[in-house]
Design a protein around this ligand. Structure first.
Ligand code: ADE
Length: 224
């Protein structure tokens, strides 16, 4: 898989890809991540990427021209499954979207800044708009990092234990059950006895019940 990220602040985005699972996935050649600084696609002397709003109003708007130049150059080199714009008014990211995107070959992610992009960018160039939640970030970069992390960990071979992504919360529409490791007892809190029985069908059943209970208690909306 190849991910091209378009941003005015590449330095804000790079570190999540330089550690842990994402770095391993990149080093193993399972994913390529390329950063494109929008300022490199400007034609004016000051490398301006934004301007004031037509009609008045506070906040700057990102210009269509450098964005179009960058996306067009990328599309000339290969086909893309999606051109995604990170924005608080996009569809809220969920595990289903991450699963689908993890099967893509090439995607572009555009990070917005200031008030956002000229509407014509969205009309002309964007195929999917994603929000990471109902709150406003200063830019799309942190959202893009969240999106990439959730996608990349699902690519086969990225997680050491192939099954572990399948037992994540949300993967089967339920929250994950409680988990324990040593010690068996800590400050009077004991690990449930069932986990020491060695009866794996029974343990599996207990985990399912716990997952159901936890989902009912915390996220009943997931069961609807
Ligand atoms: N940019 C600003 N806020 C955002 C959000 N909540 N999700 C994605 N991109 C954003």
């Amino acid at each position: 898989m190849r991910i091209d990220i378009i941003t005015v602040l590449p330095e804000l985005l790079k570190s999540p890809f330089e550690a842990s699972i994402l770095k391993r996935a990149i080093d193993a050649g399972l994913v390529e991540v390329h950063f494109h600084n929008l300022r490199d696609y400007t034609t004016n002397k000051h490398k301006t990427v934004d301007d004031t709003q037509f009609g008045g109003g506070a906040g700057m708007v990102m210009l269509i021209e450098p964005i179009d130049k960058c996306i067009t150059a990328l599309k000339e080199a290969r086909n893309y499954d999606e051109v995604i714009y990170m924005t608080p008014d996009g569809e809220t990211l969920n595990q289903g979207t991450s699963n689908t995107l993890s099967m893509a070959k090439n995607i572009i992610i555009l990070c917005g800044h200031y008030k956002g992009v000229d509407q014509r960018v969205r009309d002309l160039l964007i195929t999917k708009e994603i929000s990471i939640g109902d709150y406003v970030l200063s830019g799309g970069e942190l959202g893009a990092a969240v999106l990439c992390d959730s996608i990349i960990r699902l690519i086969p071979g990225v997680l050491g234990d192939e099954t572990s992504a399948l037992t994540d919360s949300f993967q089967d529409g339920l929250l994950a059950p409680p988990i324990y490791t040593r010690p068996r007892e800590y400050k009077g809190l004991k690990v449930p006895e069932i986990l020491f029985t060695g009866n794996f069908p029974k343990i599996e059943k207990w985990r399912e019940e716990q997952a159901n209970q936890r989902t009912m208690d915390r996220r009943p909306d997931l069961l609807e």
